[in-house]
Write a protein that binds this ligand. Structure first.
Ligand code: GLA
Length: 747
């Protein structure tokens, strides 16, 4: 559910033929102009305008810098036909194009009606403004089908759009494709398109290309958000947009199942972005009197460049999306986690965990997490998933003694779960083979020796909630690392409503794609409601499930299993384009890394400090010197954590383009700024380049507190204008050098 927003005291109801004027106020989030059949949506520094044209079709009219409350754009008018190749329906930038009346570009909706008609012509019926939300209702000219378009403005500078397709007739419609929204950008040339792709161990890779005529499709068919692509887009202008300045239209979806974003550039130079449920293998039976709601598609505009677009999304996530406790405006900053996975994998006992916990507490860790391997017959990844009871071999007295010891050491306790999966070698599977996703007579494809449970089934959902609730109720568990380590392969469900083993109905079974995700969301929501202090991390073999749908109900994310400090910088650089550093968990782990790279401990720490710092190294093998350095660096991190996690991020130098890379974070109230500076390798004895800070107060004086006094030998108190204009010089030398600098604003 969307969270409450800056309320706007304006309510109007407008329908064709009955126009009720609404007052125009300077503060309105949604301004209706009934005389012009237009709605102005203001979000932060952006305005978005829609209007009804002379044919009764809803058009996108404007998406750009904020318009004055007295400013109006020309009334909506359908575009002229361009010979027979371009009917007006296809050239006009429709707000929610449905297939029909000659539309051939990407459509947001495609529906089959009970009478065999496969087209729709959606015309405006009514509109309603409630606070900062607008609802526009469209109705098909022939069939008893309505589409409700929702617009929710957020003061951070983002608009959420989604739709609800309603069957008001007596027969069932079949929905082939239902997007949340189509976003039309201003027609023109010279656009660039950015998107995120990846793989296991290499998530969030940033792509950038000129926007070319045709379509670019980003999607997931894996059943979850996916490693291969993330549901985020960004469009800038070739000659104008940089990290620091220039126009950017950007957005991301809130859906953790199959999704699709189609970025299209028509021959008429119209950029359009359509996104929502993935039409691949999609079908939804819309029974009489029912509705289908699509996921939220959030989007914004800024003229502050790619950096500002990321800062807007970060603020949206902190203020509106992520779960909060009590009255706090922001979610709690993340505690420093120790996770034992890389240290022990599944080969441990309660005692080995306690030995790690003792070391972790000494270096300043605040939360101790036992990863995979504590349950069932889980000695390796061949068995045990589904049997969620503590394995007595490893914990003869249960989890209690370990949890008590962790608490006595001053940390809270977390544990790993993978609720949506089952190993064929498990009591659960032997008892309920029918709970795994499957097609009759077809072999299962196993991945990591495991199968997907069919969470669309109500009995699986009930079982899942019950054991999770029991686990959390019986043990003092503060945190779950919720994992998901395979993709879908046989998405069959012959017990779906409308299907049966005797009369299978493939279309009805496709409801599995939506129901499994809805039930996942429900289980997490119920669990959190019953255990309000419980925190959850979304993990899927690393960063396979990161989107605004899961982030509404989880506190943080494990962005990648790749903890190599050099690779991680690329991954984290991509991650921060779309998601806030608050959610970006980063562990310091042992070397050599999975890339066989040897990197000094401080460098690993400084990279992990770019987000929510954690430790995954085997601390029992650390030397005293390493333990002391770790303790020093976690202590340092605690003094910058709120700024890093909840401040404004300036990516000063990209790890993708050179040896030096720097991230700078400025606290929301401006009282502190932090510079994290890294050097990958030194060439030709060149000095580390001067770092020019950004986003601080030019008129203020700052006290500089270096992490390593020998690496910053400049003056202690420096003006903001000098720090941004002249910059600071750091002595980083050789390969894998790093440092940090705190800037405290003086009163
Ligand atoms: C996934 C996660 C890892 C770890 C293992 C445990 O790969 O991404 O962090 O939890 O599972 O099996």
């Amino acid at each position: 559910m969307l969270k409450a927003l800056a309320a706007v005291a304006c309510c109007s109801f407008v329908s064709l033929g009955l126009l009720v004027p609404s007052p125009v106020s300077a503060q309105t989030a949604v301004r209706s102009q009934p005389d012009r059949q237009q709605w102005y949506l203001n979000a932060g520094k952006m305005t978005y305008v829609v209007g009804v044209n002379e044919q009764g079709i809803l058009q996108s009219l404007y998406w750009g810098p904020k318009l004055s409350d007295r400013g109006v754009v020309p009334v909506a008018k359908s575009l002229p036909e361009r010979a027979s190749q371009y009917a007006p329906a296809a050239t006009t930038p429709q707000e929610y194009p449905a297939y029909g009346a000659g539309i051939f570009p990407e459509t947001a909706l495609k529906v089959n009606s009970p009478n065999g008609d496969r087209t729709l012509i959606l015309k405006y019926e009514s509109a309603k403004v409630t606070g900062s939300q607008l609802e526009i209702v469209l109705k098909d000219t022939n069939e008893p089908l309505r589409v409700h378009l929702y617009y929710q403005t957020f003061p951070e500078g983002v608009l959420a759009r989604w739709s609800r397709i309603e069957n008001t007739g007596k027969g069932s419609f079949g929905i082939e494709n239902a997007a949340s929204a189509t976003w039309n950008l201003p027609a023109g040339t010279g656009y660039t398109h950015r998107w995120l792709t990846g793989m296991w161990g290499g998530e969030f890779q940033l792509n950038e290309e000129p926007l070319k005529t045709g379509k670019s499709v980003q999607e997931s068919r894996t059943g979850h958000t996916s490693h291969e692509a993330n549901p985020w887009f960004s469009i800038g202008k070739e000659e104008q947009t940089t990290e620091e300045a220039g126009p950017v239209w950007f957005g991301e979806l809130g859906w953790s199942g199959n999704w699709q974003i189609v970025t299209e550039y028509t021959s008429l130079r119209q950029p359009r972005v359509t996104g929502g449920y993935n039409p691949f293998d999609f079908h939804w039976t819309l029974a009489p009197g029912t509705s289908l709601e699509t996921p939220k598609f959030y989007a914004g505009y800024t003229d502050g460049g790619d950096g500002e677009a990321s800062r807007i999304l970060s603020q949206l996530q902190l203020q509106e999306i992520l779960p909060k406790r009590g009255e706090a405006r922001e979610p709690k900053p993340r505690p420093i986690i120790y996770n034992s996975w890389e240290a022990t994998e599944m080969n441990f006992t309660g005692d080995t965990q306690i030995a790690l916990a003792e070391r972790a507490a000494k270096v300043g860790v605040e939360r101790f997490v036992i990863d995979d391997g504590w349950f069932g017959k889980r000695d390796d990844d061949h068995a045990g998933l589904g049997d969620w009871t503590v394995t007595p071999k490893k914990f003869p007295q249960g989890l209690r003694p370990v949890i008590d010891r962790v608490h006595a050491l001053g940390m809270d306790f977390g544990i790993w779960v993978e609720p949506e999966m089952v190993n064929p070698d498990s009591d659960l599977y032997r008892q309920h083979p029918e709970w795994a996703m499957q097609f009759p007579n077809r072999e299962h494809s196993e991945e990591r020796h495991q199968l997907m449970l069919n969470l669309a089934r109500p009995d699986v959902k009930e079982w899942m909630f019950n054991w999770l609730d029991k686990l959390v109720s019986e043990n003092d568990i503060a945190f779950l690392k919720w994992d998901y380590n395979r993709i879908w392969s046989e998405p069959g469900w012959n017990m779906a409503p409308g299907s049966s083993p005797e009369h299978p109905n493939p279309d009805a079974e496709k409801a599995i794609y939506l129901e499994a995700v809805r039930n996942l969301y429900d289980v997490i929501d119920q669990l959190r409601a019953k255990h309000p202090k419980l925190e959850i991390e979304s993990c899927s073999s690393g960063g396979g499930r990161v989107d605004l749908g899961i982030l509404e109900r989880t506190d943080e994310v494990w962005p990648s299993d790749n903890t190599d400090a050099l690779d991680r910088q690329d991954i984290q650089f991509g991650y921060t384009q779309a998601y806030t550093p608050q959610t970006m968990v980063a562990w310091v782990t042992d070397v050599p890394s999975m890339d066989h790279r040897m990197v000094p401990l401080q460098y690993r720490f400084v990279v992990a400090m770019q987000g929510a710092l954690g430790i995954g190294a085997n601390l029992t093998k650390f030397s005293d010197a390493d333990l002391a350095l770790s303790a020093k660096l976690t202590k340092f991190y605690k003094t910058i954590r709120t700024t890093v996690q909840q401040g404004k991020l300036y990516r000063l130098a990209s790890p993708l383009t050179g040896d030096p890379s720097q991230m700078e974070y400025v606290a929301q109230d401006g009282s502190q700024a932090v510079l994290l500076a890294l050097q990958h390798s030194q060439r030709l004895r060149l000095p580390y380049p001067t770092v020019r800070l950004r986003g601080i107060d030019p008129d203020a004086m700052y006290r500089l507190r270096p992490l390593d006094p020998e690496k910053y030998t400049g003056e202690e108190v420096v003006s903001g204008s000098v720090l941004m204009g002249d910059g600071v010089n750091l002595k980083l030398e050789g390969d894998y050098d790093s440092t940090a600098l705190i800037l405290e604003r003086l009163p």
